[in-house]
Design a protein around this ligand. Structure first.
Ligand SMILES: NC(=O)c1ccc[n+]([C@@H]2O[C@H](COP(=O)([O-])OP(=O)(O)OC[C@H]3O[C@@H](n4cnc5c(N)ncnc54)[C@H](O)[C@@H]3O)[C@@H](O)[C@H]2O)c1
Length: 329
């Protein structure tokens, strides 16, 4: 399978390295990045075609699939162009910042009948995937509530925040998808509170850096999501599901499994640094799922519609904060 990668920044580099080191059946034929840094990075890993022109990928008939890892505001344009070129598409989240644009883009993808996977990598995290399997097995009975805690170690640069669509669309979107993924059910109501407690620069850019969102699902269960752009102790990604027959909780993987015990108690290692190491396995597994689905002609494990649903929840959460009331979906 020949692939092209558009956008070689933080996430593009992770996908490029995974493609080169884990998938023998995959050949990275070309990459595109507007600035030289990304191009040189790819060349240093042996990719021979690296340019600032996406047509080198989209118009190359030998390329079967495109990984879109560029800045969010360019995703929809590339997804549409790749669909028209008949390529299979793997696209980073979110698909765009406008719901109308996403709906139009998904219509084009359907019209050209190309496979599209949305990169909700957390679905492939072994801990979270295990939680879903246990829920599906009936082990904890009827689900009553889900708690998701997602705190970043520190905020991204303001230049990233300004293009990100805001915390709900950029960060909480993973949690909205995770809530739907675990519940296997749709959200009917969203009630959110948001504030800026971490960085005055984020507030000045018009964004929040702390949010609490309560989701109500069709089956009556609720999910409570807490997000913060800063946590003094490192990347904090936990989840707890409570059901009629029991409870499942995932803890943070730590840097080492060592512990030190002394007079005052026991000290464990620090949390992992950030998404690059905490979700390293999930990034490899989501690409495997994409390539497997393509090879076996199967449904993608996270679709464009999943992306749209998560965005609709994010938009409702935004409205809920602005109007200080629950929003029905
Ligand atoms: N799934 C995840 O865990 C995860 C993690 C980080 C980022 N992301 C998503 O990935 C995307 C990129 O984020 P990032 O953190 O890598 O950002 P980044 O700023 O590090 O990298 C973006 C790259 O895209 C390039 N770029 C900008 N505009 C472009 C255009 N019009 N055409 C082609 N390339 C362009 C930039 O030069 C840069 O190299 C965002 O949509 C973000 O939401 C997802």
């Amino acid at each position: 399978m020949n692939i092209g990668i558009i956008g070689i920044g933080r996430i593009g580099k992770i996908h490029l390295i995974n493609c080169l080191s884990h998938f023998r059946q995959v050949n990275v034929t070309a990459v595109m990045n507007p600035s030289l840094g990304g191009q040189e990075f790819a060349r240093s890993l042996g990719v021979t075609s690296a340019s600032a022109d996406a047509r080198e990928i989209l118009e190359n008939p030998d390329i079967d699939a495109v990984l879109i890892c560029s800045a969010t505001d360019s995703h929809a344009e590339y997804v549409e162009a790749a669909a028209r070129a008949g390529k299979a598409i793997f696209c980073e989240k979110p698909l765009d910042l406008s719901l109308d644009r996403v709906r139009r883009t998904l219509d084009i993808v359907k019209e050209y009948r190309v496979p599209l996977m949305l990169a909700f990598n957390q679905r492939f995290d072994p801990n979270f995937a295990d939680v879903r399997q246990r829920i599906q097995s009936g082990m904890i009975g009827d689900i009553r509530s889900l708690h998701i805690i997602s705190r970043d170690p520190g905020p991204p640069p303001i230049s990233y925040i300004k293009k990100s669509g805001g915390m709900l669309m950029d960060m909480t979107i993973h949690d909205f998808d995770m809530a739907r993924f675990q519940m296997d059910c749709e959200v009917t109501q969203v009630f959110a509170q948001g504030s800026s407690v971490v960085s005055p620069a984020i507030a000045k850019a018009g964004d929040i850096d702390f949010a609490t969102v309560m989701l109500t699902f069709e089956n009556g269960a609720t999910a409570l999501i807490e997000n913060c752009r800063e946590a003094a102790y490192g990347y904090d990604q936990r989840l707890e599901v409570f059901g009629s027959k029991g409870m499942i909780r995932t803890e943070n993987p730590l840097k080492t499994t060592n512990s030190f015990s002394g007079n005052e108690g026991t000290l464990h290692a620090r949390n992992l640094g950030f998404f690059m190491d905490r979700y390293a396995e999930s990034y490899r597994l989501e690409l495997k799922a994409f390539f497997d689905a393509l090879q076996n002609n199967e449904r993608m494990p996270a679709t464009g519609d999943d992306g749209l649903k998560a965005m609709e929840i994010a938009a409702a959460a935004h409205k809920s904060i602005q109007e200080n009331r629950p929003i029905m979906l």
